[in-house]
Design a protein around this ligand. Structure first.
Ligand code: PSV
Ligand code: MN
Length: 388
């Protein structure tokens, strides 16, 4: 197995984008609990995200959600982010909180509503032009609740047509990433339920249209690493929304529910050429912190991704290939498991210190007093988001 020193340089290439909405209030359909210190403005969300990067050096960009993070001056928001040591990243569209979209957005049978949803994406592209963002991420809540409610084929055709209009508007250096999710809020059918549908739609658009894989958006038991392998093989894996789940789209801290699954996914990313500064695969988090403090929740997630990336990088690929090709079932499995069971926490602590970071980012953040300060300063924060 490679030594930790062999992979240290590769670890420095890791960048994990944070979602602005993870810092706002969120909850379930039963209750949204307020959290002391909740941001009151997009600027305060960005300031909180910058704390994560300050203690980990892992999260240099922040994804914004439009119109949740709408401001008067995008250049000023970008400059604000830069002053805090981060940059604005992916722009996420939102066609799921407007009454017009009750029966769909880009798939709607009414051309007026379809055009309204397309125009919303044009606005998002204007934001990207102003912020210098590369990726437009589209997740649609479109679907139906009852068999017969909608013409599922016509909806797919309308989706293709709407996406083509949006794709035609994105710039040369921009990308469209299309996220899938197997259910919720629709319960009978969803218009982009799986990677195959997302792939089919983006393949028809062109090179700069790619798939976004949210780890929480699959049926229980799905082999997600197989999907990762296939999309990398097809050159169509654009980005990840990392989170974890026990039951449905729980949006919990990454690696909390199944660290071994996270390792398996990251192993396929590494082996498939999806890791590293030039890979074209964007790592992002997509989480909602319902009961825990949000900043340490995000710190824990990026550290979990880093820890499992390190273990994935430690797999002895040459030995694995020999074992696989010679039919050594238990040997091959043992090589993979050796890397998974390697405790890299002390090595990572020393690696951080060598870069001027605290050995334990969770403890350093807790000792900084930032949490107490925002709790005292920001009374009544309810920034736009799931909980607003
Ligand atoms: C949908 O569940 C989703 O995962 C999409 O990524 C959205 O952009 C995100 O949640 C927040 O709305
Ligand atoms: Mn997502």
């Amino acid at each position: 197995m490679p030594a930790f020193s062999d992979i240290a340089a590769k670890l420095a290439e890791q960048a994990i984008e944070l979602p602005s909405w993870a810092f706002g209030n969120s909850g379930t359909r039963f209750k949204v609990f307020g959290t002391p210190g909740t941001p009151r403005t997009p600027q305060e969300k960005i300031a909180d995200a910058a704390q994560v990067n300050r203690y980990t050096a892992l999260s240099p960009t922040v994804a914004i959600h439009y119109p949740w993070d709408k401001v008067d001056g995008w250049a000023a928001l970008g400059a604000f982010a830069n002053d805090h040591g981060v940059a604005l990243g992916t722009v996420n569209s939102n066609t799921f909180q407007d009454d017009d979209y009750k029966f769909g957005s880009l798939t709607h049978s009414d051309p007026r509503i379809r055009q309204k949803a397309i125009d919303h994406h044009f606005e998002c592209i204007d934001v990207m032009d102003a912020t210098g963002s590369r990726d437009l991420k589209i997740w649609l809540a479109d679907g139906t609740n009852y068999p017969g409610q909608g013409d599922i084929r016509a909806r797919q055709d309308r989706l293709a047509d709407s996406l083509a209009k949006i794709y035609a508007r994105i710039g040369e250096t921009q990308r469209l990433v299309l996220e899938y999710k197997f259910f919720e809020p629709a319960f009978y059918h969803t218009d982009i339920p799986d990677w195959g549908t997302s792939y089919t739609q983006v393949a028809a658009l062109g090179e700069r249209a790619l798939v976004c894989l949210d780890t929480g958006h699959h049926a229980p038991g799905t082999n997600i690493e197989f999907i990762v392998m296939q999309l990398l093989r097809l050159g169509k894996l654009g980005s990840f929304d990392f989170n974890s789940r026990f039951y449905a789209d729980d949006d919990l801290i990454v690696g909390a529910a199944d660290p071994f699954q996270l390792f398996r996914i990251l192993f396929e990313v590494v082996r498939g050429g999806g890791y590293g500064a030039d890979s074209g695969v964007a790592f992002m988090l997509d989480q909602c912190h319902n009961v825990e403090d949000k900043i340490p929740g995000q710190i824990r997630s990026v550290l979990n991704v880093q820890e499992m990336t390190a273990r994935a990088l430690l797999v002895d690929l040459d030995a694995l290939r020999v074992a696989q090709d010679s039919g050594d079932v238990l040997g091959a499995n043992g090589i993979l498991m050796d890397a998974f069971y390697t405790d890299v926490r002390q090595d990572l602590a020393r690696w951080r210190e060598s870069r001027g970071l605290a050995a334990d980012p969770m403890a350093a953040y807790a000792a900084s007093g930032y949490q107490q300060k925002i709790a005292a300063d920001r009374v009544g924060g309810v920034q736009a988001g799931w909980g607003a």
